[in-house]
Ligand binder design. Sequence first.
Ligand SMILES: [Zn+2]
Length: 175
Amino acid sequence: MGGLRQYAIPFKGLKEGKHDYHFVVDNSFFEHFESSEVKRGIVNVKVELIKHIQFLELQFDLYGKITVDCDRCLEPFVIKIMHRDMLYVRFGEKTLEQSDDLLILADSENEVRLDQLIYEYIHLALPIQRIHPELDGISGCDPEMMEKLNAHHADDPENASEDPRWEKLKGLIKK
Ligand SMILES: [Zn+2]
């Protein structure tokens, strides 16, 4: 596998000032993260790096298309994502993730690894609720799947009325 080493910026020897980078994330990227919610997608990652004397400033712009499973009919569909984030890199004795937007990098390092960051940014860009968008006021959900799901619910009317969690779930589905 190509691995994730390609998602890195070697900064030693760079001149002070602005430098632009472009990375592309595709399906193979997500295979490296077992617990990834995202399995398929293509995302452009533009990085504007500004090298200052004492630190690095990185601005990330991500845009692309991700395949997610619909919360309602469970069928996969494609959503567009966009995300901007900042990272500051300072230098110290050892590498340490200080906070979401501050990384301390050991003096001995000569590149900034971006794979984990890109992975996190993509997940941050996902909407919490993922449901097929409506087209002209009509649900974009797979009608066959919806019928199957509804039929399955109807099979068990007793449980449906007795279990309060089920009532709550139905309420959520209707919304
Ligand atoms: Zn759906």
